[in-house]
Every structure is written in structure tokens, then in C-alpha cells.
Design a protein around this ligand. Structure first.
Ligand code: ATP
Ligand code: MN
Length: 576
């Protein structure tokens, strides 16, 4: 893999010196790309310089020359960039084009998350973005793939920034050979990322601000403008996949996936969970191969990674706790976002001055045990990760099919906001299917597909709490030791959890806990008895149960799955 990259690199260094018309491997390709820009995207003229599929080292070099970032001395050679005002996604500026006569118009769950935008407004924005891109001295074209097999999509990403080009080359799946590059033809979907464009007319257009992320499913085009946060491009493509795949009978999932080392009878485990619950952390497992850390699809025969790279949080990254990820960011091709460097160029992973959400992207090859097929068989186990800051959910429980449906569609986690030192105030958040922000259809659509697949493949479902247990974050208790979460995942993946002989359901959540898990203190398994103050536990657990039921009722989720929720009955449940 690296060797091929090097060959490409040498060839393209020469290409860099040539005028645009000779830049591509053949004139035909170049002409078709120019044609694409003008006929499909409406470029008034092509930019003077277009780079296509630059090897990482070239894109990085250009990014440095153009002043987009700096090179770290440690991790050696990492490209460090700041994303400016936006250090995370901007969900309030994300729109989906609504075309009245399109089949998508009926399928999309329009609302606050999937905000509709009218075609004539998108026409205007497309014109503006095309004019902006065409006016740049240079711009970057990445042609690659998303997913494989029946989920595969050919993707083209046009960016204004060299580091966004490098990001795309890390995160999407590269074409296999120069021949494949030459034969790429028309993409199935295009992203135009005009990071430097600001929409001054946003008020007149009825938009939220001068930045926008617009997904046009029918025109097969996403327009991103104004923000520099590269995650927008990754998650825009994911959202598009989440609209396209169900129409092919394939289930898209916001989850990580690992595969056993043994290839004779391989098995897969998936980890769904909201941001910060541990998908990337727990899927970096020395005992298993990594399929992917964030976006997968589940078709009749396989779980497939949609991506070609990983995008991980690096705040407080340590070699002791997360050796695999720590080593991965030290390999070539790493991009670090919003990290702080000291005056010797050493990255300070503990420094959250710019944001808590410091991130690294690396090609998946930076994980030694990556699964080269990018897929695994249908999963034997599906883990729902939650970070329960109230400290009342057990570290692991085994879900019945109806509980799986309930917890998947509800998708709870907690966020903690630090106040005074050591004291953190938790709030519950819910995000359907563990990724509402990326799900254009109703949660019901994805959850029903998941239930069918779990049943058909006999997949066992576990709820794993990677947050607090035995005390709330509000009491200043530390988060669950990562070693405990790893021991639980280990027990799940090696079938050492006796799912036939579980403890009786607890009276509040109705969750069934294993009698023992290797490497985990048995007292910890039952928060009700582990809390030193049992009254405090009751109060806190009932409060969370009520929040869950209230949310389930408010969203009018499937009443048939309500029985999979907390047993503790409340007014909210009666209203439902
Ligand atoms: P995203 O969807 O934003 O990529 P993610 O689910 O991949 O989120 P991670 O990047 O794995 O989440 O973040 C989990 C964070 O919580 C890491 O910084 C990890 O070190 C920390 N952490 C602390 N304790 C645990 C634990 N017990 N299990 C998992 N992660 C833990
Ligand atoms: Mn992740």
C-alpha cells in the first residue's frame, strides 16, 4: 500500500510542473473533468490549476506552502491545522434540498434536524459556490470510493484547501490503481467544499447564517461553505449514504466494527454509540482486526466499512491507555486538528485550549491490524455504547430483541459539563439510532431494518455503559476505568458472557446483567447495590428512567417497543 503511494507520488511530482491541460494521465480525462465542472457544476471557467488525487505528501507540502498549517516535530511530520471558528460540525446550518415530486421528499423526516431548503435557493448557492471555486488560483479534486460491494459509491470531492484534499484522501477509500483512476468516469456523488466562501445574502434566502452545508440528493451534490471543519465533508457523505442505502435494502449504521484475528471462521462485532462513548477507542483492540471506527453498512452478506480512514479524538491521548491510536497518529499521513504545539513543535495532547474536540485523521493502514477486505460477516454481537454520567446503568447488560429496538431508537447518552474542579453536571441527550444528525429518514425506518437483521442473523445485543457506575459524575466520581470497558468487550468477543444464566431484571430499567464478567469486580455489575447511598441511587435511576420515557413519548416512537424501556412507570409513560 505504502509502496504504491510512493510510486504515485513520484509520478505526480512531475505532473505538478505541467500545465493544467496535461495534468491528468490523458487528455480525455482532463477534458471530461473540465466538462464536468462546467456542465454539471456550472463553473464559469475552470480554475487555472487543478490538482487531482495528490498523494498525501504532496497535498501536505502544498498545505504547508499555502500557510494552511504547520508540521509537528512530534508526532513526527504530522500536519497540524486549525479549523478556525468552527471546531465541530454546525448542525443548524445543515439543509437537505426538498423537491416536491421526488421520492426522497416523502421519505425524509423533515424538521429541525433535516431542515428543508428549496431548489431555487440551492440553484443560487450552487452558482455562488461554482463562481467562488472557479475564481481560485488552484483547487483540488479527489476521486475515490465510499464503501464497497452493493453499497459502493463513486465520490468526487472538490476542495479549496490542500489540507481538505489530504483529509479526503485519508477518509475516503482510494481507487485501486492508475487504471481505475483513468476509468473513473462520472462520480455518483460530488461534494464541493468552498471553505472560504461566505453567503452574505443568507437572510434574504431564509438561512440561519453565512455558512451552509446543503445536501442535494437528486442533484447528487453537496455544497459546503464557510466552515473549515473537515468533519462536515465526512458526515455529509455519511448522511447521503444513509439516504441511498436503505433504498437498496441495505442498513447504514453509525458504528465501529471489528473482526476476529482468526480468518478460518471470522466473526464481527459492531459498536454503535453517540460521540464520545468509545467507538473509536474500543474498536482499537489488539485482539481484533479493525474494520472501521465510525460508519458501516449491513447488507445480506457483510458489514462493510464506508470509509478509508479513522477520525479520532486525541484529547488526553496517552500511550498507556490507548497505545494503538497513540502509535497510529505517529505514522505518516496524520492530520491533527486544533491541537496545541509547544515552541519545539511537540503536540500537547492534554491541552484543550482550542477545543475539547481535538481530532486526528489517519488512513486505516495506520492501524497495524486493519482488515484489508474492509468487511466482515454479519455480526455475532452488537454493542450499544452509552456514556451514562448519572452512574446508574450497569457496565454491561444483555438486551432482549424488544429492548434492543427500544434502546436503538431512543439512543441515550449523557454529556458532562465541567463546573468547578472535579464536579461535573450531567445532562441526558438522545439521538435516534445513535446518530440523528446523520439520519435523513425517521428512526423507525432504520430501527425496523436493524431488528430484522438482528433476528435473521441471531446477533446478540449488549448495552455497555462506558460512563460512570456506582456514583454520578456530579459527585466527582471518576469515569469508568477504560480497562473495565475493555475487559467487558473482551468477554463479549470471546463468548465468555453467559447469556443463558443472567440475573433477574432490575426493577427500574428492566435490564439483565451477567452473573460475572472476567476482569470486572462483580459488585460493580449492579449499580443499585454498588452505590454506597442506595436512596441516592433510587432517585438518580428513577430520574433517568423518567427522562427516557418522556423522550420516547415526545418523539412518538413505536408503542410496540415501549415495553423494552424502563419498567419504572411515570406520568410521561402514562401520557404515551
Ligand atoms: P465520535 O463519534 O465522536 O468519533 P467515539 O464514539 O468514537 O466518538 P471516542 O473517540 O472513542 O468516541 O471517545 C471516547 C473518549 O472517552 C476517549 O477520549 C476515551 O479515552 C475516553 N474514555 C474514558 N473512559 C472510557 C471508557 N471506559 N470507555 C471508552 N472510552 C473512554
Ligand atoms: Mn470515533
Amino acid at each position: 500500500m505504502w509502496a504504491r503511494g510512493l510510486c504515485n507520488s513520484l509520478e505526480k511530482v512531475r505532473w505538478l510542473q505541467r500545465p493544467m491541460s496535461q495534468f491528468f494521465s490523458g487528455k480525455a480525462v482532463s477534458a471530461s473533468l473540465q466538462e464536468f465542472l462546467s456542465a454539471r457544476l456550472g463553473f464559469p471557467q475552470p480554475p487555472p490549476m487543478l490538482y487531482r488525487n495528490l498523494p498525501f505528501s504532496q497535498a501536505k507540502q502544498l498545505a504547508l506552502q499555502r500557510g494552511e498549517g504547520t508540521e509537528a516535530r512530534d508526532p513526527p511530520g504530522a500536519l497540524c491545522v486549525d479549523t478556525g471558528v468552527f471546531t465541530g460540525r454546525s448542525p443548524r446550518d445543515r439543509y437537505i434540498e426538498r423537491r416536491e415530486n421526488s421520492p426522497f421528499a416523502d421519505l425524509i423526516d423533515w424538521g429541525e434536524v433535516n431542515q428543508p431548503i428549496e431548489p431555487r435557493v440551492v440553484d443560487d448557492l450552487q452558482k455562488d459556490v461554482a463562481a467562488h471555486m472557479a475564481s481560485l488560483p488552484e483547487c483540488f479534486v479527489y476521486d475515490g470510493l465510499v464503501s464497497s460491494g452493493p453499497s459502493r459509491l463513486k465520490i468526487r470531492v472538490l476542495t479549496e484547501l490542500a489540507w481538505h484534499h489530504a483529509f479526503a484522501s485519508n477518509m475516503f477509500i482510494p481507487l485501486g490503481s492508475p487504471a481505475e483512476e483513468a476509468a473513473f468516469g462520472e462520480p455518483d456523488f460530488t461534494v464541493v467544499y468552498a471553505s472560504g466562501y461566505r453567503n452574505r445574502r443568507y437572510r434574504a434566502m431564509g438561512l440561519n447564517s453565512d455558512i451552509f452545508i446543503v445536501l442535494g440528493l437528486e442533484r447528487r451534490l453537496a455544497l459546503i461553505a464557510g466552515t473549515h471543519y473537515a468533519g462536515e465533508m465526512k458526515k455529509s457523505v455519511f448522511t447521503v449514504m444513509n439516504a441511498i442505502l436503505p433504498t437498496r435494502g441495505i442498513l447504514p449504521l453509525h458504528c465501529a466494527a471489528t473482526r476476529s484475528l482468526d480468518d478460518a471462521s471470522p466473526n464481527t462485532i459492531c459498536f454503535a454509540g453517540l460521540s464520545g462513548t468509545g467507538k473509536s477507542t474500543l474498536s482499537a483492540d489488539p485482539q481484533r482486526k479493525l474494520i472501521g471506527d465510525d460508519e458501516h453498512s449491513w447488507d445480506d452478506t457483510a458489514i462493510r466499512n464506508m470509509e478509508g480512514g479513522i477520525y479520532v479524538k486525541v484529547i488526553r491521548l496517552s500511550p498507556e491507555k490507548e497505545p494503538i491510536l497513540y502509535e497510529a497518529v505517529r505514522k505518516p499521513h496524520t492530520i491533527l486538528e486544533n491541537v496545541v504545539l509547544d515552541n519545539r513543535g511537540v503536540v500537547q495532547f492534554d491541552d484543550a485550549t482550542k477545543t475539547e474536540n481535538t481530532r486526528a485523521t489517519c488512513p486505516i493502514q495506520s492501524i497495524p491490524q486493519w482488515e484489508t477486505s474492509r468487511q466482515g460477516p454479519p455480526p455475532k454481537a452488537f454493542v450499544f455504547l452509552v456514556c451514562d454520567a448519572f452512574g446508574v446503568l450497569p457496565p454491561v447488560s444483555v438486551l432482549s430483541p424488544i429492548q434492543a429496538a427500544y434502546h436503538f431508537i431512543l439512543a441515550y447518552t449523557a454529556k458532562v459539563a465541567g463546573t468547578e474542579r472535579g464536579v461535573q453536571k450531567p445532562t441526558a441527550t438522545f439521538s435516534t439510532c445513535f446518530g440523528a444528525a446523520f439520519m435523513p429518514f425517521s428512526g423507525q425506518a432504520y430501527a425496523t431494518m436493524l431488528c430484522d437483521k438482528l433476528k435473521r442473523h441471531g446477533t446478540r445485543v449488549y448495552l455497555v455503559n462506558t460512563g460512570w457506575a456506582g456514583g454520578s459524575a456530579a459527585d466527582g466520581a471518576p469515569r469508568m476505568d477504560l480497562r473495565i470497558s475493555r475487559a467487558i468487550i473482551d468477554a463479549i468477543s470471546t463468548d465468555r458472557i453467559d447469556t443463558q444464566n443472567l440475573q433477574a431484571p432490575d426493577p427500574i430499567f428492566g435490564l439483565q446483567v451477567p452473573r460475572a464478567v472476567d476482569g470486572v469486580d462483580s459488585r460493580l455489575l449492579n449499580p443499585a447495590t454498588f452505590w454506597s447511598d442506595s436512596r441516592a441511587y433510587q432517585r438518580q435511576a428513577r430520574q433517568l428512567a423518567e427522562l427516557m420515557q418522556a423522550e420516547y413519548a415526545r418523539k412518538r416512537y413505536n408503542p410496540q417497543w415501549a415495553a423494552g424501556g424502563p419498567l419504572w412507570s411515570t406520568k410521561a409513560a402514562q401520557v404515551a
